[in-house]
Design a protein around this ligand. Structure first.
Ligand SMILES: [Zn+2]
Ligand SMILES: [Zn+2]
Length: 359
């Protein structure tokens, strides 16, 4: 209020108070300001290959509603004095690329209520995201080689191993480089070529934690870019093909895997009482000769202090075998068939509790 001018009036039309803002009456104010400024057209980019959306330079997986919210946040500008803002949105698809967004907004400016309706056209443009660009260029940083020790894995076992990669990718953040460039079976294994070294290493750790064994890592330099060596990573994972109780040929003797240790297994020798620790690497030279599931349990017909006779389940003829070092009389025999010969196995904690009792 300025002394000396007598009374207040609207600077535009001369109307009496109440006055608002820059000394205008309500109707002059309403003619001059809007609650929101809404652009007519707003562009946005979707990857033409995989459908993900670019939001402020980042490619993200978001729903259509989230796209509209994002566009409104960035492009609809409320009056700086707006308060108690409310916004309702209705979207109408016009064509493949065009969507009309109808906005109903309400709010207060200097305690005057405003209600406005606006529309803006969201125009989709096709782009290609980083992942798709790199995929199309067969980009890769790492190869993971799935192999085994002790025995060849079945196709099913490789399928199970490979499927853990999907689990790992799902559990990680939306990194555009977490993609598979190519994959497929190779002699004795399965290879997966990946867009990210980090993904390869994470998967390698997951495999070791889940299945034991270890990962051997090697790097090769494939060139230079911007003064920095470009390297490729190869991870060789060998899944132990043996399990607790299996019979292995290792260091010229037969052993059973007694238990797992921190970095390998405790091995229990079959022809005499001996236990030793072996690392995963030590066991790379081992061969599985009889898995637990292939062992047979038989009753003894006759026995003396060193040999037991039993009915050979493959032909029902009488056969003889040297008894194991821990054998107790009348105990059943656990047998493994190795190179056409029967071998009596000593007992391990993993063997069936009841099998020792002859019926
Ligand atoms: Zn006025
Ligand atoms: Zn894409």
């Amino acid at each position: 209020m300025t002394e000396g001018l007598g009374r207040e009036f609207c600077l535009v039309c001369g109307a009496d108070p109440p006055l608002y803002g820059d000394r205008m009456c309500e109707s002059c104010l309403r003619k001059r300001i809007n609650l929101v400024q809404v652009p007519e057209n707003i562009p946005w980019v979707r990857c033409a290959r995989c459908g993900i959306v670019e939001i402020q330079g980042k490619w993200v997986h978001i729903s259509e509603e989230e796209i509209w919210d994002e566009l409104i946040q960035r492009h609809v500008h409320f009056h700086e004095k707006a308060e108690d803002i409310g916004l309702a949105l209705e979207s109408r698809t016009i064509s493949d690329r065009h969507t009309m967004l109808h906005l109903q907004v309400e709010g207060k400016i200097e305690n005057l209520s405003f209600q406005e309706e606006h529309k803006m056209r969201a125009r989709m443009a096709n782009g290609v995201c980083l992942t798709c660009t790199r995929r199309a260029g067969n980009y890769f940083e790492a190869t993971v080689q799935l192999r085994s020790t002790g025995r060849r894995l079945s196709e099913e076992e490789f399928t199970t191993l490979r499927s853990t990669l999907d689990t790992v990718i799902e559990s990680l953040s939306d990194d555009p480089m977490f993609f598979i460039t190519s994959e497929g079976p190779v002699t004795g294994g399965y290879d997966v070529v990946l867009g990210s070294k980090g993904l390869a290493r994470t998967w390698g750790r997951h495999l070791v934690t889940t299945y034991g064994g270890h990962v051997a890592e090697s790097n090769s330099t494939v060139g230079r870019k911007d003064g920095i060596d470009v390297t490729r990573l190869t991870l060789l994972y060998r899944k132990p093909g043996y399990d607790i109780g299996d019979v292995l040929r290792w260091r010229d003797n037969f052993w059973r895997v007694a238990s797992w240790s921190k970095d390998g297994a405790i091995m229990s020798r079959i022809d005499r009482q001996e236990r030793t620790g072996a690392t995963w690497r030590d066991l790379e030279s081992s061969n599985v000769v009889a898995q637990m599931k292939d062992h047979v349990i038989v009753d003894i017909i006759n026995e003396d202090s060193s040999v037991a006779e039993f009915l050979d389940p493959t032909n029902w003829n009488m056969a003889a075998v040297r008894i194991a070092w821990d054998h107790t009389p009348r105990q059943k025999l656990r047998l493994a068939r190795i190179d056409g010969e029967w071998l009596a196995l000593h007992k391990l904690g993993c063997d069936d509790e009841n099998e020792g009792k002859s019926v």
